[in-house]
Design a protein around this ligand. Structure first.
Ligand code: WQD
Length: 337
């Protein structure tokens, strides 16, 4: 199948392209490289033996998108492209709505124009906000607490309306929990810009000596040890989940949302312990005040993805940590040009 992957040089996008190519799909990547580098294409080629067709373009560029659809007979789209930093979205909401929502509307217009109606959309567990109960099921209330989460929910609502209006659409909404880790080759992984917001890239930078110590944002939550509990899923498991979703929508018109997580919650201190055990690296830390906007506990009910997609995450927290460390040891600054 010929699959257009938007944001395909990003963290989850690049891992998904590797799985797509290794499973015989023909991959075309469009990415504006605002949060990734062209070097990722060479890394994908090193892993898979083939370099995907690449367009350095922005989804807001109408002419560029027309060319992509005119030059390629696209069967399906996996849409990753978008900004994803919660804190930044609070400071710059319009930039997030412009880049995430307007760009998606642009993409959907082209998909209609060229009659491409199979879509896997990169949503997020942030659409659940502070969950009423855990584990979180797909029918839980959708109540994001930040502009980034709002953009994901707005796009989900747009896609639900589109699927309702035109039954030819075949759409999967994938709500990621906390993707971490890296491909076992150590060639691709997450390249955070500036000071990492997320826990694992920050821990990795403490391990490489780039950061002094980990700041643990609060230890007074109602959790096993007072620190925040999240559902960490290996990025390669997540990538495989996209292929399962692609297969599912192939003979399921309409729209379905799926949680992609492991269904297991780990606290910050449990993750630190797992990282130290998996890598032999000591991670000094200091307990700080809570981070505004953080919630205590968040982890997935994974039954729907298992039943309908036949998807189950297989890598455990130690494997996620050792694969992450293997990448950062070889790429302490991430993947740059
Ligand atoms: C995890 C835990 C922090 C950093 C974010 C996005 C979400 C999704 C996944 C895209 C929390 C604690 C963190 C640090 C810490 N991304 N922490 N010190 O906030 O669950 O979700 O990533 O879809 O949109 O919001 O992930 O990694 O930032 O935090 O103590 O330096 O680690 O308080 O408990 P989060 P995170």
């Amino acid at each position: 199948m010929k699959v257009l992957v938007t944001g395909g040089t990003g963290f989850i996008g690049s891992h998904t392209c590797v799985e797509l190519i290794n499973n015989g799909h023909d991959v075309i990547i469009v990415d504006n490289l605002s949060n990734s580098s062209r070097e990722v294409l060479n890394r994908i080629a090193k892993i898979t033996g083939s370099i995907p067709k690449f367009y350095k373009d922005d989804l807001l560029d109408n002419e560029a998108l027309d060319s992509i659809f005119e030059e390629n007979k696209i069967d399906s789209v996996i849409h990753f492209a978008g900004y994803k930093a919660v804190g930044e979205s609070v400071e710059k909401p319009l930039m997030y709505y412009q880049n995430n929502v307007i760009a998606t509307l642009n993409l959907l217009d082209k998909m209609v124009k060229y009659n491409v109606k199979r879509l896997v959309f990169s949503s997020s567990a942030t659409v659940y906000g502070d969950p009423d109960m855990v584990p979180i099921v797909e029918t839980s209330r959708l109540q994001p607490t930040n502009p980034y989460g709002n953009t994901k929910l707005v796009i989900e609502d747009i896609l639900r309306d589109v699927a309702y209006a035109d039954h030819q659409w075949q759409i999967a909404l994938l709500r990621y929990f906390n993707p971490i880790g890296a491909h076992s080759s150590g060639l691709i992984g997450e390249t955070p810009n500036g000071i990492p917001n997320n826990l694992l890239p920050y821990i990795a930078q403490v391990a490489t000596g780039k950061r002094e110590e980990l700041r643990v944002w609060g230890n007074d939550y109602p959790t096993i040890d007072g620190t925040g509990v999240r559902d960490y899923i290996h990025v390669v498991d997540l990538a495989v989940g996209h292929l399962k979703a692609l297969k599912y929508i192939d003979n399921h018109p309409g729209i379905e949302a799926f949680n992609l997580g492991r269904g297991v919650g780990y606290s910050v201190l449990q993750v630190v312990q797992a990282f130290e055990k998996a890598t032999g690296q000591k991670i000094p830390y200091q307990i700080m005040d809570r981070r505004p906007g953080d919630i205590a506990t968040c982890f997935a009910d994974t039954k729907k993805a298992k039943d309908l997609l036949n998807f189950e995450a297989i890598y455990d927290i130690e494997q996620m940590c050792s694969d992450l460390w293997n990448f950062y040891k070889n790429n302490p600054e991430g993947i740059k040009e």
